[in-house]
Design a protein around this ligand. Sequence first.
Ligand SMILES: CC(C)(COP(=O)(O)OP(=O)(O)OC[C@H]1O[C@@H](n2cnc3c(N)ncnc32)[C@H](O)[C@@H]1OP(=O)(O)O)[C@@H](O)C(=O)NCCC(=O)NCCS
Length: 216
Amino acid sequence: MAMKSMGRSSQSVSRLIWSQSILVRGRDHLLSSPPMNAFLLRTPRLGFRYWTSDDLPLARSLWSDPAVTKLMASEPWSNQKVQDRLNTEINNAEIHGVQYWPIFLLTDGSFVGACGLKPYKPEERIFEMGYHLVPSAWGKGMASEAAGAVVKYAFQTLNLAAIFAGHHPDNAPSGRVLEKLGFRRIGEKRFEGTGLMHVTYQLTVEEYRTRHGGAS
Ligand SMILES: CC(C)(COP(=O)(O)OP(=O)(O)OC[C@H]1O[C@@H](n2cnc3c(N)ncnc32)[C@H](O)[C@@H]1OP(=O)(O)O)[C@@H](O)C(=O)NCCC(=O)NCCS
């Protein structure tokens, strides 16, 4: 798949650094506080790395919290569903080179949540963006900061054609994050997790370039 070759060398480098770090440092420490050089993406406050199969406790601290999944699912996520989601993230990295990457505060390495991409129409180079933060991180502009970095990476490094996104009709903060990044509302789509019609958005590479003064 074309996606696999895009930015592959830099991703491979990130993973190599990450796997070397695992050999050198204690595993428990890595679960909450990755080494600073392991991040594939950084913002002023946040660092992104890849999920690994050791991350189930971290994944549970996010997706087993009903406050986090309230507007994403009709019922709280079971342990099996969290494990399945972690497996999906790891598979998406293998197949497509992207994840809803786990993100951490640069100051103390504490886990903040996940933000990134998953396949939507990969054959058209359209991927879906999402952000899931732990409640203690809400209301501090972190979703906007993380999503802004993902959008830039998607268009400037991965050369995507467009990013799709959607949210529960009651999730106004999620919609605000998208609007601030220039996403255009395109309609509604039934979302399997809730069984409801979710509001949908898209941002094309052309719209992104126009917004950013022609930056490629
Ligand atoms: C949705 C979520 C990611 C937002 O994260 P966050 O870090 O609090 O978001 P930000 O602070 O970057 O931005 C939120 C924006 O929404 C605005 N907002 C907050 N509550 C709002 C409301 N009720 N109505 C309208 N806007 C609202 C904020 O003021 C802010 O906009 P501003 O920067 O213009 O002031 C976070 O609540 C979350 O992870 N929820 C659980 C998982 C989830 O629902 N993810 C989205 C799935 S589609």
